[in-house]
Design a protein around this ligand. Structure first.
Ligand code: GUN
Length: 283
C-alpha cells in the first residue's frame, strides 16, 4: 500500500494565492493589510524565519513593518514597541518572534499585544476563545495542519486522533482544533504510558515532539494519516519526528520534512493577517 505524500509546498502556495486575492479586494477598499514582525536578539533560525515572512508578505501584497531589537533590549523597551504597533492603524497584525532572549518575559509581552492584532493565536484571549469554541485567530502551525487535512479531504469527524506533544505552540492548540473538527482526541507526552500502543490507535497521528525520527512503523496503525510537525537539524540535514522511510509504506497519507507542515505555518500567518485587516475594515 503506497500512501499519498502530502504536498505542503503546493497547498501553501494555493493558500497564498487566495490571500493575495483577498489583499487585492481590501486594497480596492483603501485598506492595505499590514504586519509588524518584532525580532529580539540574533538567533540565526529566528532571523531566517523572519526574512521568509517578509518575503511572503511581499508576494501576497501585505505591507511589512519590521523591528529588530538587540538582545539587550529591556522588557519596557519591548513593550513600548508593541504599544506603538498597537496604536498604529496601518498595522493589523503583530508577530513577536519566539523564543525571546533570556531575561525577557514572553508571557507578558504576548499579553501586551492587542488581542485584535494577535496573528499568532498565542494571546490569552485567543486561546480562551478557542477553548470556548468561539471564532479566534488560530496558532499558525496547528491551523496549517487543519488546512492540509482539508486540502486532502481528510475529515477528522469521528476519527481517533492522537497528538504527541503538549506544547502551547503546537500540541495543545492542535488538540483543540481537532476537537472542534469532531475528532476523538488523545494528547500524549513524556509521561504517557505505553506510547506505542496509544499511537497505534490513531487514525490521524500528529507528531510534535521535537525528537528526530522517533515515530517509526511500530507506532503507526496501517492506513493511518501521519502528520509530522517536527523540524530537527541533524548531521545529515533536516528531519522530522517521524522516520519517514519506515512509516510512508504503511500510512495512507504522510507529510514529508521538509515540504509538509513547515510551509503551511507561514501561509497561515498571511491568512491571519488578512483576517485581522478585514475585521479592522469592518469596524
Ligand atoms: N517561533 C517558532 N514558531 C513560531 C511561531 O509560530 N510564531 C512565533 N511568533 N514565533 C515562533
Amino acid at each position: 500500500m503506497a500512501g499519498v505524500i502530502i504536498d505542503g509546498k503546493k497547498v501553501a502556495s494555493q493558500v497564498r494565492a487566495r490571500v493575495a486575492e483577498q489583499v487585492r479586494e481590501l486594497v480596492a477598499l483603501g485598506v492595505t493589510p499590514g504586519l509588524a514582525v518584532v525580532l529580539v536578539g540574533d538567533d540565526p533560525a529566528s532571523q531566517s524565519y523572519v526574512n521568509m515572512k517578509e518575503r511572503d508578505c511581499r508576494e501576497v501584497g501585505i505591507r511589512s513593518f519590521d523591528t529588530r531589537l538587540t538582545a539587550r533590549t529591556s522588557q519596557s523597551e519591548l513593550e513600548e514597541v508593541i504599544d506603538r504597533f498597537n496604536a498604529d492603524p496601518d498595522v493589523h497584525g503583530i508577530l513577536l518572534q519566539l523564543p525571546l532572549p533570556a531575561g525577557l518575559d514572553a508571557e507578558s509581552a504576548i499579553a501586551r499585544i492587542s488581542a485584535d492584532k494577535d496573528v499568532d493565536g498565542f494571546h490569552p484571549m485567543s486561546i480562551g476563545r478557542l477553548v470556548r469554541g468561539l471564532p479566534a485567530p488560530h496558532a499558525c502551525t496547528p491551523e496549517g495542519v487543519m488546512e492540509l487535512l482539508r486540502a486532502y479531504d481528510i475529515d477528522p469527524a469521528g476519527k481517533r486522533a492522537v497528538v504527541v506533544g503538549r506544547s502551547v505552540l503546537v500540541g495543545k492548540p492542535m488538540a483543540l482544533l481537532l476537537i472542534e473538527a469532531n475528532a476523538t482526541v488523545t494528547v500524549c507526552h513524556s509521561r504517557t504510558r505505553d506510547l506505542t500502543a496509544v499511537c497505534r490507535e490513531a487514525d490521524i497521528l500528529v507528531a510534535a515532539i521535537g525528537r528526530p525520527e522517533m515515530i517509526d512503523e511500530r507506532y503507526v496503525k496501517p492506513g493511518a494519516v501521519v502528520i509530522d510537525v517536527g523540524i530537527n537539524r541533524v548531521e545529515r540535514g533536516m528531519v522530522g519526528d517521524v522516520a519517514f522511510d519506515r512509516v510512508a509504506p504503511i500510512a495512507s497519507a504522510i507529510t514529508p520534512v521538509p515540504g509538509g507542515v513547515g510551509p503551511m505555518t507561514r501561509a497561515i500567518l498571511m491568512v491571519n493577517t488578512v483576517d485581522a485587516a478585514q475585521a479592522a475594515a469592518r469596524r
